[in-house]
Design a protein around this ligand. Structure first.
Ligand code: CP
Length: 300
């Protein structure tokens, strides 16, 4: 059974398949309009979402599938009465052909998939992974830069709790000659296990303390929001804010990405800069998620 659980499951070849299919869907969506017209997709979100939930729902609808959904599953599903994820999946498998899940637990998607009844798509699992976001991030990088090798990438913001960061750097580590620069408040630094993972794959990781320490010829700046919902206490606000003045210190070819939602870390004065690609990135999520639904349901 095919699932989308972690960036760990992908190779360069399997990523190329997803991105080539995504290109085909984007260029000719009508061809795919009825591919899933006999399918029902369950969308179970135990945490808030705008992009991931609505793009998965739109992706399913554009493929002809029907959806069953609960937007606040922690409160409105029987999880509130103590039902386990596994029992929930065993029941939903009687209604739907695949299930998309977002949950506060790092192991939620793996637990759901362990039932092996229907394909599970991880739409964000605690501070662990958000693989479909990483896939759309990488697809956007491929579209904008024309390559996935030979990239200098800065990751900013919450490198500790940022699951999009964790999933993205795993995918980047598959490619040749990748350099990653981390810039965050010390309290949100990238955990050592991820630095070790990068080094084991030959990726050079450089921890930076200021914008001045980042190379000016970066290919990508990937900023993220401090995930305040994942920790107790107050560690203050983001210090490394990208506004027009900061962005203009980098190359005209440096693209700026963010999984969104943003809070203060990217000022709105850069939104109209051609290097600001985060809204296009979010839109790409629709097509990547269409490709993923087709793949897990063997209709690619
Ligand atoms: N990027 C992302 O996961 O956004 P949502 O929380 O709005 O789904």
């Amino acid at each position: 059974m095919k699932h989308v659980l972690s960036s760990d499951q992908y190779t360069k070849e399997s990523l190329k398949e997803i991105f080539d299919l995504t290109d085909k869907i984007k260029n000719n969506p009508k061809k795919y309009a009825n591919k899933l017209d006999d399918k029902i997709i369950a969308i179970m979100f135990y945490e808030p979402s705008t992009r991931t939930r609505l793009s998965f729902e739109t992706a399913a609808l554009k493929l002809g599938a029907k959806i069953i959904t609960t937007e606040n599953a922690g409160e409105f599903s029987s999880a509130a009465k103590g039902e386990t994820i596994q029992d929930t999946v065993k029941v939903i498998a009687g209604y739907a052909d695949a299930m998309v899940i977002r949950h506060k637990s790092d192991t939620s998607a793996i637990e759901a998939a362990s039932v092996q009844k229907i394909p599970i798509l991880n739409a964000g699992a605690g501070k662990g992974e958000h693989p479909t976001q990483a896939l759309l991030d990488l697809y956007t990088i491929r579209s904008k830069k024309g390559r996935l090798d030979n990239l200098k990438v800065a990751i900013l913001g919450d490198l500790l709790y940022g699951r999009t960061i964790h999933s993205l750097i795993k995918l980047l580590s598959l490619y040749e000659n990748i350099e990653i620069y981390g810039l965050s408040k010390e309290v949100f630094a990238l955990p050592q296990e991820y630095i070790d993972m990068l080094e084991s794959k030959g990726v050079k990781y450089t921890k930076c303390n200021s914008f001045d320490e980042l190379p000016k010829d970066l290919d990508i700046i990937y900023h993220t929001r401090i995930q305040a919902e994942r920790f107790e206490g107050d560690y203050g606000k983001e210090e490394f804010i990208i506004n027009k003045e900061v962005l203009d210190t980098f190359s005209k070819d440096t693209i700026l990405l963010h999984p969104l939602p943003r809070v203060i870390e990217i000022a709105t004065d850069v939104d109209d800069d051609p290097r600001a690609c985060y809204f296009e990135q979010a839109h790409n999520g629709l097509f990547v998620r269409m490709a993923l639904l087709l793949q897990v349901l063997d209709r690619a």
